[in-house]
Design a binder for this molecule. Structure first.
Ligand code: NAX
Length: 328
């Protein structure tokens, strides 16, 4: 029998939490043979709701679920944690300036980073989902100097999956025939979904599509603004699809990417592709033996270069802002 993996979920009583926890407990995060213990972190007023979700988890009688702890103390939540899904964040509300938003999230991700530093297991893997995800991950990482930088990642897998679906629709190809798509930059409206290295049934996707107008005026904005479109249609932000992407991200990180393919993840830049070292930016990545690696050697054309640069500039601006606020 395997020892259970401790999975900590913050914002566990929120809507993504509700879509996520049952899939973790059923074995979809790590594998169908990996037992898990859940740690739910919430703010005090939401503890009761988290308890309700825990009751429902009990009622599923998941064979892999070996325990659920609920707490409002990050030190307890991250004690011995092997995987941390940082979902809870402070949303932007009406009249809030960017500085206010970053400061409010600094008050969440700074202490959580420190709690991870002081309490998590040596093999801790962190995925930040809560927005602004890349910069929240940067803040958490800065508060965890003893944890290798490579363990802090931000989620752009939802953007990646959205781009896959849009490309499948446009080309009529099944999703299983599409490979090597990339989301570059920030998980924001400036992100750049890149099909120039993607393949549709073994052929270059940009050549198959052969429609620059669609690329610039339809595909890229549809992917980048999909979150807003979901809110407009559903009256609430993406939840099940975000939870699904978090599952995909961690499953890939742990179990690897298929040969010949890659995925997208926000990881700490080593300076590749002109992205300043230390920024947490989305890249094309492979995963092997529990490590993400940036795919090297891709030719970046002018169309892509300007869009990558614009999104990376936004990340640098966010980094400078949190630096000025003393959060990193
Ligand atoms: P909800 O508002 O439904 O849930 C958030 C939960 O976090 C609440 O239960 C709240 O009590 C809790 N929380 C707040 N501060 C906390 C703290 N300090 N410690 C622990 N828990 C805390 O939001 P939901 O729809 O679940 O979305 C969560 C986050 O995901 C948001 O920041 C959202 O913007 C972000 N998203 C990120 C996506 C991505 O692709 N990276 C896509 C989906 C989503 O928009």
């Amino acid at each position: 029998t395997r020892t259970p993996v401790n999975v900590t979920v913050t914002g566990a009583a929120g809507q993504i939490g509700y879509a996520l926890l049952f899939r973790i407990a059923s074995g979809q995060l790590l594998g169908a043979d990996v037992p898990v213990k859940l740690r739910l972190l919430e703010i005090t007023p939401a503890l009761k709701a988290a308890e309700g979700t825990a009751m429902e988890l009990d009622d599923c009688a998941f064979p892999l679920l070996q325990g659920i702890d609920i707490t409002d103390d990050p030190n307890v939540a991250f004690s011995g944690a092997n995987v941390g899904l940082l979902v809870g964040a402070r949303p932007r509300t009406a009249g809030m300036e960017r500085g206010d938003l970053l400061a409010a999230n600094g008050g969440i991700f700074g202490p959580q980073g420190k709690a991870i530093n002081d309490n998590a297991a040596d093999d801790i893997k962190i995925l930040v989902v809560g927005n602004p995800a890349n910069t929240n991950a940067l803040i958490a990482r800065a508060s965890a100097p003893d944890v290798p930088a490579s363990r802090f990642t931000a989620m752009t897998r939802l953007d990646h999956n959205r781009a896959l679906s849009q490309l499948a629709k446009k080309t009529g190809a099944p999703l299983t025939e599409i490979r090597r798509l990339t989301i570059w930059g920030n998980h924001s409206a400036t992100q750049y979904p890149d099909i120039f290295h993607a393949e549709v049934a073994g052929k270059n996707a940009a050549e198959v599509v052969n429609d620059e107008k669609w690329l610039a005026e339809d595909f890229i904005p549809t992917v980048a603004k999909r979150g807003a479109a979901i809110i407009a249609a559903r009256g609430a932000s993406s939840a099940a699809s975000a939870a699904n992407a978090a599952i995909d991200h961690v499953f890939t990180w742990v179990n690897g990417t298929p040969d010949g393919d890659w995925t997208s993840a926000g990881i700490v830049s080593d300076g590749s592709y002109g992205v300043p070292e230390g920024l947490i930016s989305s890249f094309p990545v492979t995963a092997k033996d529990g490590k993400f690696e940036i795919v090297q050697g891709l030719d970046i054309n002018d169309f892509s270069r300007s869009r990558i640069d614009a999104s990376v500039q936004e990340l640098a601006d966010e980094r400078d802002a949190v630096r000025e606020l003393g959060l990193i």
